[in-house]
Design a protein around this ligand. Structure first.
Ligand code: SF4
Length: 327
């Protein structure tokens, strides 16, 4: 399961695009997509590829010449819908180039832009979206091309889940999951966690993108958190923390925020429990790699199931981070 993001820079601005991809890489991004709007953007692909370290996907609408150019430039995957390319000769040219260079094609269906006849027949429904995807698939299969990925994105979670379920019953191709136009990091993460999470829990999906309106790095963070929550990834920190209540005697919220912020780029799999009291706290703290159970102006620090020391409240953060460092 790979986590993907998409640049929001102008692809023709090579410097800005490379800068953003390198930042995404640092955040853990494993595949990145760029929009190819014209020939200048297509020709920038080679230069961008030379400066990055993760696979690059070109997002192309309609223009087969742009697809041929990005393939020439060494792209790793092309997202283009064959049914929108035009004449069969043009589709064939793209397919031949992809075959020769072993480049997969991602068919990307968007619930907001389905074909008119399908909309008339089924309305903007999962049935229409799946039928649309299958039309594009059949075009490629007719040309004996099977290196295909498919995505069907809706901005609503329910039709998104239903579409992928239907599609997974009909094809064996790898599926790219995501709720599109999902909104700001808060609501967008919730929508994607439900949509992507439900499908992954059923064994559906191969790559994911959490599309968010905001810093692209947040997409990666959300993507990994979703994978971790459904047990598909172990890397990175998992913070267990209680909500706090009348028993809490330390400044719990600020402590949790600081720990989360400090550990957010850590790659090693680590479970940190931050609990507000000594009633229910020790249980969780004992189960984690590192934990703290708060007391009156102090915290009992746990490592691998045992209390290793008690420290003053002002030293809890420092001590927790030191123990994480030792792991
Ligand atoms: S762990 Fe303790 S402080 Fe936290 S919510 Fe439970 S009882 Fe309250």
């Amino acid at each position: 399961m790979r986590v993907q993001s998409m640049c929001n820079t102008d692809t023709r601005d090579i410097k800005a695009t490379v800068k953003q991809i390198l930042e995404l890489e640092k955040a853990g991004c494993e595949i990145v997509r760029v929009a190819i709007l014209d020939m200048e953007a297509a020709k920038a692909v080679g230069k961008i590829k030379k400066q990055i370290h993760i696979p690059l996907v070109a997002d192309i609408h309609f223009d087969y010449k742009l697809a041929l150019e990005v393939i020439k430039q060494g792209i790793d995957k092309v997202r283009i819908n064959p049914g929108n390319i035009g004449s069969e000769d043009k589709i064939k040219a793209v397919v031949i180039a992809c075959k020769k260079n072993k480049i997969p094609i991602r068919i990307g269906i968007n619930g907001g832009s389905l074909e008119k006849d399908l909309l008339k027949k089924y309305g903007p429904t999962p049935k229409a979206a799946v039928e649309s995807a299958l039309r594009h698939v059949r075009i490629l299969e007719k040309l004996n091309f099977r290196d295909i990925f498919i995505s069907i994105k809706f901005s609503d979670v329910t039709p998104m889940i239903e579409s992928y379920r239907m599609l997974a019953k009909k094809v064996n191709y790898p599926l790219h999951l995501g709720v599109t136009h999902a909104g700001t990091p808060y609501m967008g993460t919730i929508k994607n966690a439900i949509g992507i999470g439900a499908l992954i829990a059923e064994g559906i999906g191969d790559t994911i993108r959490v599309s968010l309106t905001g810093d692209t790095k947040e997409e990666i963070r959300a993507g990994f958190s979703i994978l971790r929550a459904v047990g598909k990834r172990k890397e990175g920190p998992e913070i267990i923390s209680c909500p706090g209540c009348g028993r809490t005697e330390i400044n719990l919220i600020s402590l949790v925020e600081k720990v989360e912020e400090t550990l957010k780029l850590i790659k090693k799999p680590i479970k940190v429990a931050i609990m507000g009291c000594s009633v229910n706290g020790p249980g969780e703290a004992r189960e984690a790699d590192i934990g703290v159970a708060g007391g009156k102006g102090m915290g009992a620090i746990f490592a691998k199931g045992k209390v290793i020391k008690s420290v003053k409240e002002k030293d809890i953060l420092k001590t927790l981070l030191e123990e994480v460092e030792k792991l």
